[in-house]
Ligand binder design. Structure first.
Ligand code: FAD
Length: 448
């Protein structure tokens, strides 16, 4: 039995590993990636001589997938938790505490926004339940249109955008309500009489469980274990260029005939590969756009007096080039023990990928300048590492859930083929793990 996994990001590697556990040692599993390494957006580089994640650096720990996978791979001692510090919000040229108890930055009460938005906006939020409200069940629209209309533009730009920017490298203008805040859409569909009521219904119950988890020595450890335990033949520097049906299976150029395929490539590549075999799925996948980002990791003198916060998120419209700062040594106890203070500075948002073309030296200078501005602390890097992520994050635009439903139903008709990846049901690592796992199970069932 020969199975090709196209794309060796976390979605593809999990699919390859799960195929091995389901199909046993005899299966011939190939993982093909166009890059010179597997891992995709997961990459553990080196900063000041020690490993540091330069793509994803955390995962939502309240979801079970990553801790369960670490346990299954015998890596449970690698699981680390953050120190529990809160991020700051940079808005109007000064730092604010990130409001607590919001739904992706959307307030449940006007008081949560006091100090961050002007008093007119606070009053406008408080009076929202009294204004007439119309919602068409199953409708979708961009988050900005809903929030700016009901709570005011300042709420969208100062409270919601910084959080959406962190997850999607997008903003409330590029992201749809239904995909980004599904519980809110469900509450609206169920007939909530106002946005205020819908947010109250959609908020998760309070929990003391840490929101995030991380991996002590970086995601590279997870990638290595998946690669090894999948027993797959991993071929890098090898873009798959064409997919076609054969009698009883598939032809995957340039690798030839296989019995089954998992496509774990980004949406535009998946669209190209599916063009002739499923024009409907291909058209839906082609409608999913990507944003680009750059991460600059700085190593600073150990006692640099950074604020005692996990990071600083930036509101829309600020006079900064960076969009977020992760104060890694404050966020993660295992990184606090290092010889230098570590900070990740992120650039890039949907519609603005200019940072991709800046030189490494310029990026490091700008990262240090912006960090000095938001912390008020002189920044003197001892070392720096730059990593560019062109097209690294899928934009979940309005209509995203419909596009995904079309992709999934059209590919369900393709025997022994499954799709996986961050463009489907969540960009986060846990969702990618779930997606790779589900794709492997579909293919394994079809093969048996
Ligand atoms: C800067 C940044 C920070 C992030 N931080 C976090 C975080 O802290 N926590 C979190 O949960 N998520 C985070 N994410 C999101 C998360 O990392 C990604 O969504 C996830 O890793 C994507 O995995 P994937 O396997 O679906 O796709 P990818 O990692 O994009 O993998 C797809 C693979 O397909 C390969 N490929 C493309 N075309 C071809 C072809 N023709 N033939 C063969 N191979 C091909 C690519 O080379 C790539 O390796 C972050 C994303 C970015 C960009």
């Amino acid at each position: 039995m020969r199975i090709a996994v196209v794309g060796g990001g976390i979605s593809g590697l999990v699919a390859a590993y799960r195929l091995r556990t389901l199909l046993g040692p005899a299966a011939d599993i190939l993982v093909a990636d166009r890059a010179d390494r597997v891992g995709g957006i997961l990459y553990t580089g080196e900063v000041a001589g020690e490993p540091l994640d330069l793509g994803a650096e955390a995962f939502v720990g309240r979801r079970p997938e990553v801790p369960a996978l670490l346990r299954e791979l015998g890596l449970e001692t690698q699981l680390v938790l953050p120190a529990g510090k809160r991020p700051l919000l940079w808005s109007g040229g000064s730092a604010h505490a990130l409001p607590e108890g919001t739904l992706m930055g959307i307030p449940a009460r006007a008081e949560q926004m006091r100090g961050l938005v002007d008093e007119d906006t606070v009053a406008w939020i408080a009076a929202e339940p009294e204004r007439p409200f119309t919602w068409y069940p199953d409708a979708d629209l961009d988050v900005y249109s809903l929030i700016a209309d009901r709570f005011g533009a300042q709420v969208a730009e100062r409270s919601v955008d910084p959080l959406l920017g962190g997850v999607y490298a997008g903003s409330s203008r590029s992201i749809g309500v239904r995909a980004a805040v599904p519980t809110l859409a469900a509450a609206l569909d169920a007939g909530a009489p106002s946005l205020t009521h819908a947010v109250a219904a959609a908020l998760p119950p309070p929990s003391n469980t840490p929101v995030f988890g991380g991996i002590r020595d970086g995601y590279g450890v997870l990638l290595a274990a998946l690669t090894e335990k999948s027993g797959a033949r991993v071929v890098t520097d090898s873009p798959v260029t064409r997919l076609a049906r054969s009698t009883g299976g598939w032809v995957v150029d340039p690798f030839g005939a296989v019995d089954a395929v998992v496509l774990a490539t980004p949406a535009p590549v998946t669209a190209r590969l599916l063009r002739t075999v499923s024009p409907v799925a291909a058209a839906a996948a082609a409608g999913i756009e990507l944003s680009s980002s750059v991460v600059v990791a700085l190593a600073l003198p150990r006692h640099t007096p950074l604020p005692d916060n996990s990071g600083i998120l930036v509101a829309t419209g600020e006079a900064l080039r960076a969009k977020a700062f992760t104060l890694s040594s404050r966020k993660w106890p295992h990184l606090a023990a290092r010889d230098s203070a570590l900070v990740r500075v992120s650039f890039g948002k949907f519609g603005d990928d200019s940072a991709l073309s800046w030189s490494d030296a310029d990026l490091v200078t700008v990262a240090a300048e912006d960090l000095a501005r938001v912390t008020g602390v002189p920044i003197d890097p001892l070392g720096a590492t730059v990593r560019r992520w062109p097209g690294g994050l899928a934009q979940y635009a309005p209509g995203h859930t419909d596009r995904v439903a079309e992709i999934e139903s059209a590919t369900a008709d393709l025997a022994k083929l499954a799709v996986a990846g961050a463009y489907l049901r969540g960009v986060g690592v846990p969702a990618c793990v779930a997606s790779g796992d589900a794709a492997a199970r579909r293919v394994a069932t079809a093969l048996s």
